[in-house]
Ligand binder design. Structure first.
Ligand SMILES: [Zn+2]
Length: 303
């Protein structure tokens, strides 16, 4: 027989009938308003007909919320327990988890200013959360509340959800890495852009034949492949998949120093990161073409 979830249970006699009050108590220090709201919603959703009262009291710097049921049967109690467990899981994912990431960021990466920290948290938030996380946390709360009628939320997070906390810490680290890479990229683009702006064009235009793989060929105005370093670069790129084709395309174009660039490519290839970089570096000097008489015969070139 399973252990009764609602351990604290008071029975009193008044006028011949027996009144019983059973309940759960949740203690928390932070985000009390949000906790109160999710608990209300969770209980109402799962146990709409149960006679439930939410009572609060201060308990040594924390707030204790008592969820009390009047004359409830075990089915009501189970519904309330499910509602409370779900509410606590939602509260962790929506409020306490993000707060914790904030604290981790402040503690481990104090050299970022508040604005940068906010951007980093945006990166962390934009990562899709594990789809079953609320359900899995709710299960763990329910398992605990089936055995214990009182739960301290911060303590539960620290001692019983260590794996979840570790996941959040990892996602902060990953967001910092991503933020740094993006910042380096923006700096790289800014320098190249400056370089291109002050550079005197060596030729009116060049044509880039770009394959969806990212491989490319640079041609002159007559659609003849450029000789020398461009051909050499291209052969190198064809043979060695390790070469960063984005960097190679941008550096080849900077060496060619054209006044105008036309990239001939299929639509999908125009989405490549290399095109994004060329567009950011060369700005209005770039035109794109997805099918013209000049590029049609060479579109399926060997790359
Ligand atoms: Zn074309």
């Amino acid at each position: 027989m399973p252990v009764a979830p609602f351990i604290y249970c008071v029975r009193s006699r008044s006028g011949g009938s027996v009144n019983s009050v059973s309940g759960l108590s949740i203690e928390a220090q932070r985000r009390i308003e949000e906790l109160r709201e999710v608990l209300r919603q969770g209980v109402r959703r799962r146990a709409p007909r149960a006679d439930v009262a939410l009572r609060e009291e201060e308990a040594g710097g924390a707030t204790r919320m008592a969820i009390e049921l009047q004359n409830a049967d075990s089915s009501d109690e189970n519904c309330v327990l499910d509602g409370v467990s779900e509410a606590l899981a939602e509260h962790i994912v929506a409020n306490l988890g993000p707060d914790l990431m904030h604290r981790v960021l402040r503690r481990n990466y104090s050299y970022f200013d508040p604005d940068e920290r906010e951007q980093i948290l945006e990166y962390a938030r934009s990562e899709a959360p594990h789809p079953g996380i609320v359900r899995s946390l709710a299960r763990r709360f329910a398992d605990y509340l089936e055995q214990n009628s009182a739960l301290n939320l911060e303590g539960f997070l620290t001692f019983r959800l260590k794996d979840y906390v570790a996941d959040l810490e990892r996602s902060v680290d990953a967001a910092v890495d991503e933020f740094m890479l993006d910042r380096e990229y923006r700096e790289f683009v800014r320098l190249l852009r400056y370089f291109v702006d002050v550079q005197v064009p060596k030729t009116p235009s060049v044509h880039v034949l770009l394959a969806e793989s990212g491989r490319f060929e640079i041609c002159d105005e007559g659609m003849h492949a450029l000789p020398g370093e461009f051909a050499a670069d291209f052969r190198y790129a064809s043979e060695d998949g390790e070469v960063n084709l984005d960097d190679l395309l941008v550096s080849s174009l900077i060496t060619a120093a054209p006044a105008e660039i036309v990239i001939h490519a299929r639509e999908a290839a125009l989405e490549l990161a290399s095109v994004r970089t060329v567009r950011q570096v060369f700005g209005e000097r770039l035109r794109t073409c997805t099918g013209c008489s000049a590029c049609e015969p060479v579109r399926d070139f060997r790359v």
